[in-house]
Design a protein around this ligand. Structure first.
Ligand code: HEM
Length: 358
């Protein structure tokens, strides 16, 4: 028994000595390596600065291409000179002008509220409800609005966070915030693209301009000046809504295409492609953010009872008559708009009829 213990003890000690001597040798080798690396680095630095010196760095700064085994586009370029143009455009022009435009839009809606005031109904509500937006329409609207607004906030954090958030929070929190904004923006961006296409497919037909829209514009939508409260004629959408819709589709398309180029840099995009996409993305987003400040103002505060339709799906008869008279005439006699119409019972009846026919 004692012999067996001695035997095991001997084996264990030999193994430990072996392990220690091996690790000591490795650490010696490492320190020798790092010593030689340090030496190598200092030689390289000396050569780069000393021998190549000013000429070498001038060439690099001029964007002269070097040699690399990587085959990706522009990998040999250490400093991209035209990138400075992008940086100046973004930091010196677009960023301050964008902030000014957003601030200006907020001031304008505040002034509109104080000076012009919300557009009230001219007659009392009748209580009769007219169906305006289906469940699918509302789900689409709020999904698009949610993705747009959260992408706008995360995008604005990426551009302006360093001025407004960074100075007032601890560094670790700032790191977390800016990383969260970036990840959110990258992953939710494609969702916005899907909702934008769905909205285009579902609503393009009712957003085509016609003659009535011209008169609506001439009377400024009955929202301001001597025409205030005049309720110019409109179909399902008025001219103002159509403008907002097509602005959304036009600039939204630029945002989506440039966003995909930035989000998936795996198709041999060059730095120029990325810079151009970035500027197009930022400019289109700033234009839409300003435009939608007005849309949100009208939906929330600027027009009495406008929000009801996008929440419940129904609007009051008076609202329909005053803001969309041509549409009201078209739909007022539909069964679904008659008092006492039971949508669920009607759907059940249709379902039963379909089963009977089958
Ligand atoms: C808090 C935010 C928002 C509110 C309160 C709001 C409110 C409304 C309301 C009340 C309507 C219906 C108007 C009517 O019945 O004629 C509407 C329509 C619409 N909204 Fe919004 N909205 C918001 C955000 C957004 C955002 C962020 C987008 C897109 C980026 C958007 C896009 C649209 C579009 C395309 C329509 C349809 C316009 C038409 O053709 O009639 N909305 N919104």
């Amino acid at each position: 028994m004692t012999k067996r213990i001695q035997h095991w003890f001997f084996l264990l000690t030999t193994a430990m000595i072996l392990i220690f001597s091996l690790s000591a040798a490795a650490s010696n080798e490492n320190s020798a390596n790092s010593e030689s690396e340090r030496l190598g680095e200092s030689v390289v630095r000396h050569e780069v600065i000393g021998f190549a010196g000013a000429d070498y760095w001038r060439a690099v700064k001029d964007g002269q291409e070097g040699y690399t085994t990587s085959k990706s586009p522009e990998h040999g370029v250490l400093i991209s000179v035209p990138g400075q143009t992008w940086f100046i455009m973004k930091e010196k022009w677009m960023s301050p002008l964008g902030a000014l435009a957003i601030f200006g839009s907020l001031v304008m809606v505040a002034l509109a509220y104080v000076v012009v005031g919300p557009l009230k109904l001219s007659n009392p509500k009748t209580g009769r409800k007219i169906k305006r937006w289906s469940r699918l329409d509302r789900a689409l609207h709020w999904s698009l609005a949610f993705t747009f607004l959260t992408l706008a906030f995360s995008g604005l954090t990426l551009v302006y966070g360093k001025y407004f958030i960074k100075p007032i929070v601890p560094t670790e929190l700032w790191g977390w915030v800016i990383n969260a904004a970036k990840q959110y923006h990258n992953y939710i961006g494609p969702l916005f693209a899907i909702f934008l296409v769905a909205v285009l497919v579902k609503w393009w037909r009712k957003s085509i301009f016609n003659k009535v829209d011209m008169q609506w514009f001439m009377k400024m939508g009955g929202m301001a000046g001597k025409h205030k409260g005049s309720h110019p004629s409109a179909g399902f959408s008025n001219a103002g809504e159509k403008v907002i819709f097509w602005l959304l589709i036009f600039f939204g398309a630029f945002i989506v295409v440039s966003g995909f180029i930035l989000d998936f840099p795996i198709f041999d995009q060059t730095r120029r492609d990325m810079e151009l996409s970035h500027l197009v993305h930022m400019l289109s987003a700033l234009i839409l953010i300003c435009g939608f400040i007005f849309h949100i103002y009208i939906g929330l505060f600027g027009m009495e009872a406008a929000l009801d339709g996008m929440i419940t799906g129904e609007v009051d008869e008076t609202w329909a008559k005053e803001h969309h008279d041509l549409w009201y005439e078209e739909v007022k006699d539909l069964p679904e708009n008659q008092p006492g119409f039971d949508e669920k019972a009607e759907a059940d009846k249709k379902g039963n009829a379909a089963q009977d026919n089958a």
